[in-house]
Design a protein. Sequence first.
Length: 433
Amino acid sequence: MGQLKAGAARVNITPYVGINLSGFGGRTKGSAGVHDDLYAKAVVLDDGATKVAIVSCDLLNLDESSIASIREKAQGSMGIDGESVLISTTHTHSGPLTSPLRGFGKLDREWVSVLEKKIAGAILIADSELQEARIGAGKGHAEINVNRREKRDDRIVLGVNPGGAIDYEVGVIRIDDAERTPICIIVNYACHPVVLGGNNYLISADYPGYAMGLVKQVQGGNTVAMFLNGTAGNLNPIGRGTFEEAERSGIILGAEVVKAAQTIDTSPDLELRMAKEKVELRSGELPSEDELEEIIIKRKNELGAAGREYDPDREITLTWAQDALKMAKLGKKSAIVPVEVQILRLGEIILAGIPGEVFVEIGLGIKEGSPFEHTFVAGYTNGCIGYMPTKEAFQEGGYETHSAYRLYGIYPVDQDVAEKMVNSSLKLIESFK
């Protein structure tokens, strides 16, 4: 246990107007303007023996290659072990395309390369700002989210399921300087940033941007307010459709963060620890070659029908089936997908990072099984392989279990993914005791 040092920074990562947006496959053109800026925010923590960095980016996702690139750049420029850098995205659906997802148009790889340098730069700036610091954690409560897996006519649709699993907890980590002035406020809350729908063509951080803006405004000075989305795979915002609704949700969440932050007592002495594990997920099997060829023919006919409007779902299914057929012909009917589970211990605070659109039941399971009172779980972290549903969700069906994986890759996700994520996280957390 040693004297904590910390530094924080934020860097503007707003892309150019016209870049393809991510999050909704039905968009037919690039971004039309900038409503509010996007940021990469970083905090570096050092206890004299261990140094870690926590990064949040106003983006839908970052793939494994970008994570590796950012870590390598950070390690080369500041001496931090790249494996001790946790990189999360807020999952805004009004941000730029950052990985080759199906149905979202062409990826601007040159811009992604610049983006990676900017994110690494935020870590470098934070490291240059290291000073004696204090840290503590607290919790709040905000009801701006709802379980979205609604059962309708014996089908699961994206709607409202008021009886479904939910997590209203607002996790708050406060990092102060030696005089107890906030350097950084880290917020953990589970809710899809989809207040703004697919008809929005303006770049925006959605409700997390409003929430963090309020926190920064109240705290003042150079405080960096950063958002780590939780296990929001099956949680949507209650308010939808307009910037006014995004602002309303953001203000409710931000006000709760401000309230919780005022109750936190920070301490200068703590031990930093990091643990991670590569968990192997075995994918489901692809359909047969004959079935895939039938899908291709059917989708081509549907897309080529006279007078039919552009249909992103059919387009995505077609390109997926074509890629899947190539794998099937090579005898690769399934695959092993390694995913990284990363756990940081910040004194008596646990931060777990999982690279997927994690169902809320997984986050709740980790929190309930952890011996640490302040255990926070961040999805969309160190990559994103797609949705991570529960076994029960696979049995029920629906978008997240039966079609969404075609956006991210080729193979259906492991049906034991929830159990594996909970078990791996708790095993790593237990190793800190």
